[in-house]
Write a protein that binds this ligand. Structure first.
Ligand code: AMP
Length: 184
């Protein structure tokens, strides 16, 4: 099962992706986690993207698409995956469609977590993840980037009839149950 977990920063994608990973035994792939690990380990990729993540802007499409395509070729993803934080632009979504086509594969679900913006800011500021991009100013930039570059990704999948919207307000388990209902 190939799933995209979609939503603005602070919507709870990471939390829900981990729960899905445990429930269905499908690996979770977070592009943000890969970038943060690369920065921490000072790899060439990390050095390249550090200032971009610090600013709250997006890493160039080509870099992200190559990274995801390489990652998804690994054995552990052969029976499916949960994407969190990718695709984040229409260019990435199109490239991902091509990747699926080339591999004779398809997307099973596009789950969009909806949360009002005021709630997102509150959540991110209180989650205490010690991220350099979790300051109020950077969160505003990330939300702007989301509105301008990432939201259109949902329209792209809506045209394919794939979007399932889930209310992202409520307890972690309530939201998780909503996602499970959609998947079953
Ligand atoms: P996240 O952990 O998903 O909030 O991602 C943290 C940061 O990593 C984002 O603000 C971007 O700078 C970068 N990033 C993660 N995924 C992508 C992506 N698909 N495209 C571009 N930049 C990304």
């Amino acid at each position: 099962m190939n799933i995209i977990l979609f939503g603005p920063p602070g919507a709870g994608k990471g939390t829900q992706a981990k729960k899905l990973q445990d429930e269905y035994n499908i690996p979770h792939l977070s592009t943000g986690d890969i970038f943060r690990a690369a920065i921490k380990n000072k790899t060439p990729l990390g050095v390249k993207v550090k200032s971009i993540l610090d600013s709250g802007e997006l890493v160039p499409d080509e870099t992200v698409v190559d990274l995801v395509a390489d990652e998804l070729k690994k054995e552990k993803y052969k029976d499916g995956y949960i994407l969190d934080g990718f695709p984040r632009t229409v260019v990435q979504a199109k490239a991902f469609d091509e990747f699926l086509n080339e591999n004779d594969d398809e997307l099973d679900a596009f789950i969009s977590l909806t949360v009002p913006e005021e709630e997102l800011i509150k959540r991110i500021l209180s989650r205490g993840e010690d991220r350099s991009d979790d300051t109020e100013e950077k969160i505003k930039t990330r939300l702007e980037v989301y509105r301008e570059e990432t939201q259109p990704v949902m329209n792209y999948y809506e045209k394919q009839g794939k979007v399932q919207k889930i209310d992202g307000l409520g307890s972690i388990d309530e939201i998780f149950n909503g996602i499970k209902e959609v998947l079953n």
